[in-house]
Structures are given as C-alpha cells and as structure tokens.
Design a binder for this molecule. Structure first.
Ligand code: F6R
Length: 633
C-alpha cells in the first residue's frame, strides 16, 4: 500500500495540506488568477462565488496584492457572495456587504454592477422572491465558475446549517446556536447576533463548476475530518461536497490534524517512526484498548495496525517501558526547575534556581485559564515573574459591564469620565462601534480583573505589564493586522526581562484570532533576538488558549494540581467578571469558563491515570517550542 492509496482509503474529497494558510492561499490565488486571465484572453467573463468570515481574508489580501503588484484585473469578473445576515442593512459594521468592500472590492477593479450579495434588509414577505431572483441571476450569468467556501464548526457551508438538504437553494435560514456563539465577539455579544440569514443552498453551491473549501486552525480539525472521511449526512452539510466532481479542500496543518493521514499515519503507509510518533501510537493504543501502557502485549500492537512498529522496535514490553518513562518524566511539581536536583530527566533545568520568567497572555484571562496553578507554583517557588497582557481585551467587554463600572464610579464621586461613558452607552445603538474613549474605559475594567486574578495566584501588581499592542487597539475582531510597532513593543519587553523561561500561546490557533496574531508578533520579535547570548539559555513553553489541551504524546511538561489548587484556579478565573458567560465556548451546553478550564485539566489527569501513571486531581500541560521549526518539538 503506497502512501497515496492508503490516504485515499480514508479521504473522500481531494485534500491538500499546506504548512500554513499563507502558502495555501498563495496556491489558490495563483490558480484563480490563471483562470481569470485565461477568460480575459478569450474575451469571456468569469463568475466567482465568494465567502466571508475570517477564513478567506488572507486569500483576499493575496488577490489584492496580485492586482496591485502583478496587474491582475477583475474587470471581467462577476461575483456572487454566498450569504448575508438577515435583518441588518449594508451599513452595519458586521454586514457581509461591508466586509466584502473592506476586504476586497474597494481594492480591486471589479465594476460595481458586477458585484452581487444577497440582501439582508429586504422585507420578510419579499425574501422568497429576492432569493429566487438571486438564483436566476446566477443562472443568467452562466453559473458559477469557481466557488470559494469556508466551513463553520457546525459543518455549515454558506449558512447551510445541519439539516440542510443536498438540493436546497438560496433561501432564508435560521442560524445555529454554535454559529451565533462564534459570531458573538464580532457583534459584541450573542444577543446582538442576527438569528436569520439569507444563504445560497447546498444545491446552488454544488452547481458551481469548481469548489475550493478553505479551513485554518485547530478549531476546524474535527469538522474537516468528518466532512472528508465520514459518510455524507444532513447533519454535516459540508459532507455533501463529496459528491462534487471538482472540489478541493485546502488546509493548513492544524485544520488537517484530525485526518487519519495526520493523526494515525501508520494506518495509511509506512511512516518515519520519530520518538514523538512512537509516543503517539503507543499512548493511542493504550487509551483505545483501555489498557495501561505497561500491560500492552505484542498481539495488541499487531491487531491494531502497529505490526511494523512492534516488529522494528519491539518487543512490546520494551516499547511500553520506554514510552511509560518518557510520559512519566514530563510530570513535575517544579515548573521552574527543581533547585539542586538531578535534572537529567526533568523538563526544566535546576539552575539558575531563581529564574526570570515571562508569561505572555494575548488577552487578559488566557494565562489563568491554562496555567493558573503553574503561575501559583512559580510564584511560590520564588521565581522573578513578569506577566504581560499583550492586548487590553477591551473588545470583549459587554456594555452592561461598562455601565456597571461607570455607575459605581459616579456613585463614588466626581468622575466626568464616568458621565461621558454613561452618555455614550445611552446614545449607542445596538450595533455601533465603541469610541476610543469607551474602549479605553473597558480596558481599565479588564486590567482590574487581571490584577485581581493574579493576586489569587500569589502575584503582586508590580509584576504585571499591559502592552496594549496597537494591532488590537486599532482593529476589530477578525480584521487585525500586525505591524512593526507591535513587534517593537514585544521586542523591548523581552529584551528588558531577558527571561530564562517564556510561557506563550497562540501557535496554530485560528490565524485571525488575537492569540494567533499575538503569537506572530512574538515570533517576529524572537527572530530578531534569537542571536543574543541570553536567549541560548531561554526555554519557551507553549500553553493552549483555545479551550483544548495538547495531545498526551505532545506534552513535554505536565504540572499536577492538588484539589485545593484546582479550586484556587477556579477562583482566579472567576475574577474575570466581564468574561463570565461571554466566551464562545467549545461546548455551548457546558457552563462557565472556569468550570471548563478545570474540567479540561481533570480530563488530562484522567488520561495519565488510564495510561497507568499516578492519579492526580488535575494537570496543566506545556510543550516546548523550537523557534527554528516554529512548532512544538
Ligand atoms: C461565510 C460563510 C460561512 C463561513 C464559516 C466559517 O460567507 O458562508 O460558511 O465560511 O462560518 O467562518 P470563519 O471563516 O469566520 O471561520
């Protein structure tokens, strides 16, 4: 079985995996440009179906670049957008009309009359006709040549939520709760997100002659896997694309990570058995069979696609012990290193005993959600800690919280700022954007929450820095653009601390997220500092900030928490008052952020237990970052 055919056994859709989104869109943009130019050469029009959301943003930037720098003209292109929220007009900051103007149409030469976007502001009685007219117009233009798609976490394409049939056409639909939660931040609260949308149907999309579905980041990994590898079902509309004659899924490594070829490469061919892959396959086997590592026998390996491994590196018992020891050695109660101890098998160095530790938190709360217990340990062990909040997080503060704080200030005395804030909140329509003054005020709220939260971890105010990176202060969700000023601020901070340890997050996150942008700023800063001598002695640890945990085989440092430490962690997260009931969560049925965070740490502890290691209450996990590879080692 060669690699290609092994893959094909599982994948029902042609799928290309790229190192990152930028490389991926480079290829799609080139193919699109060639197709558009070919039609130009023939004197014919080209019909392009477009998507919104954060996924196509890098593609649109690349198309704009091709237009500006390589003369790509869109004069012969007619576009049809997939969808639009219903009940908002085109001036709304979150309307897809405005999005398309800002991201693409304002920067290229596509004639205005060739742009088509479903209208969100028609009267309800007129929607049906408007939808039919949209379909007719697509047909009159000769049908869509190339359709660009993203995919929602519900498995939707366009706004065809679960339950949409394969033959559905352009129509009014109700948005799924998860979709609305995902949009909650953009709309400053779930209650502002429209309940309905107008979308092309699955059938409309299937009629396109060629389809590219793009997906980035780990949050899409499960749904991508289901669409590509599982049988097509109405509960996952993207899976209907399996029946399309010319469709390609274009993925980055993070969104592809659940595909069999990435997750269980030994099932699709003969992989290179790196130590990490051995750890992965053996821990996977143990968890799959519900047998502790040390009880696996050769037959277990042979019957579960791991014959090659056990033949080459077995017998089973030797393999089991090797992996058991590796996992065991990740566990430490000394995340800053244990002074005067033999550190040969410890994740951190013993010396210097007192380390300078820099913790980077993209938004206030990312730090405590993932590593409150580790922070407490580091503080208790006397390390010199600096916690830097990279952005103010003001976009995540609901108006009600600002109202609450301004009322309090007013009652306490003479605040003209409080009066101004209250006036602005009073005058503010449901959808208008916050003024710089209101954003500043909201950032004070988050600063105070962050201070209170760190205090619960035993950290004083003097170790906190607020960077207020410009990309965030001058931007909006999903439209952040980092610049040299961001990198300079990060560089200055790292340079000033000269840390022995850095804790950072955002690697492989959704590229449009604050966490991913922050990580890019960090990477750029580190690139220019990596030659400095102090950096040779700096360990960079990655924590997760997307509500998930590292997979067990990836983990290189696991810090157990006692039941009391787990409770203290919940208290620390609880201090982020403005975020209660706010985060678009992994599982909307599940409760508050602190409960989810502790639950995640308990689940990790349960996995260690199942593997046959010690049974802890909860565990926080970290992976070491290798700046050369730009990924976990
Ligand atoms: C947008 C659209 C949606 C998005 C999907 C993913 O026009 O039709 O299907 O593609 O919700 O959204 P992002 O890209 O923001 O993750």
């Amino acid at each position: 079985m060669n690699e290609r055919s092994g893959q094909e056994l599982y994948e029902r859709i042609p799928t290309k995996v790229f190192e990152d989104a930028q490389l991926a869109v480079g290829q799609v943009a080139r193919e699109l440009a060639d197709a558009i130019r070919k039609r130009q050469f023939e004197g014919n029009p080209f019909v392009l179906g477009l998507a919104t959301g954060s996924t196509p943003v890098p593609l649109y930037r690349e198309l704009v670049r091709l237009h500006r720098e390589e003369g790509l003209s869109f004069a012969n292109v007619t576009s049809f957008n997939l969808d639009e929220y219903f009940g908002i007009d085109s001036r709304h900051p979150e309307s897809y009309y405005r999005f398309m103007r800002e991201q693409l149409f304002d920067h290229i030469d596509m004639p205005e009359e060739q742009i088509n976007i479903p209208q969100g502001s028609v009267e309800r009685e007129e929607v049906f006709e408007a939808c039919q007219a949209y379909e007719e117009k697509i047909a009159a233009c000769g049908g869509i040549d190339v359709q660009i798609l993203g995919i929602g976490r519900t498995g939707h394409i366009g706004f065809n939520e679960p339950g949409s049939g394969p033959n559905s056409r352009t129509r009014l639909v109700t948005l799924d709760r998860l979709t609305r939660l995902d949009a909650a931040r953009d709309f400053q609260g779930e209650h502002n997100v429209p309940r309905y949308a107008v979308t092309m149907g699955v059938g409309t999309i299937m009629d396109a002659r060629k389809v590219y579905l793009l997906a980035w980041g780990r949050s899409k990994a499960e749904v991508v896997k289901a669409a590509v590898e599982d049988a097509p079902v109405e509960s996952l509309p993207a899976s209907f694309l399996q029946a399309h004659k010319d469709v390609s899924f274009i993925l980055d490594t993070a969104s592809a990570s659940e595909l069999t070829r990435c997750k269980y490469p030994w099932l699709v061919g003969f992989p290179e058995w790196t130590p990490e892959l051995v750890r992965k396959s053996v821990t996977h086997l143990s968890l799959k069979l519900g047998k502790p590592l040390l009880k696996l026998v050769d037959k277990d390996y042979q019957e579960n696609g791991l014959s090659e491994l056990v033949t080459e590196q077995g017998p089973a018992y030797g393999l089991n012990i090797r992996v058991f020891n590796e996992v065991q050695h990740t566990i430490t109660g000394w995340p800053g290193g244990k002074p005067d101890a033999d550190d040969t098998y410890r994740p951190e160095r013993a010396s210097p005993a007192r380390k300078r530790v820099l913790v980077l938190s993209p938004e206030p709360q990312d730090d405590v959600l993932s590593m409150a217990a580790t922070l407490s340990r580091l503080a208790a062990h006397g390390h010199e800690l600096t916690v830097a909040y990279l952005t103010s997080g003001n976009l995540g503060v609901p108006d009600e919280e600002a109202n609450w704080a301004a009322d309090l200030m007013l009652e306490a005395g003479d605040s003209s700022l409080a009066s101004e804030v209250l006036q602005e909140l009073e005058a503010k329509g449901a959808f208008s954007e916050d003024s710089p003054k209101l954003r500043k005020f909201k950032s004070y709220i988050r600063r105070n929450e962050a201070r209170a939260s760190l205090e619960m971890c035993g950290l004083g105010k003097d170790c906190i820095r607020f960077l207020d990176l410009p990309f965030y202060e001058n931007g909006r969700y999903r439209r952040f653009e980092i610049g040299e000023a961001d990198v300079a601020a990060m560089r200055a901070l790292i340079q000033a601390v000269k840390p022995h340890q850095i804790f950072v997050t955002g690697e492989a996150a959704d590229p449009s997220s604050v966490q991913a942008k922050s990580f890019s700023v960090f990477e750029a800063a580190i690139r220019s500092l990596s030659e400095e001598t102090w950096f040779e002695d700096c360990y960079v640890w990655l924590y997760r900030s997307d509500g998930r945990e590292w997979e067990i085989h990836q983990v290189e440092m696991s810090v157990p928490c006692s039941p009391d430490e787990a409770k203290a962690k919940a208290q620390a997260i609880y201090q982020h008052r403005s975020q209660r009931s706010q985060l678009p969560v992994m599982n909307p049925e599940q409760s508050e952020a602190w409960e989810q965070a502790i639950q995640r740490n308990r689940e990790t502890a349960a996995l260690y237990d199942k593997l046959g290691l010690a049974e802890y209450e909860a565990i926080e996990c970290f992976v070491r970052w290798n700046p050369r590879k730009g990924e976990g080692q």
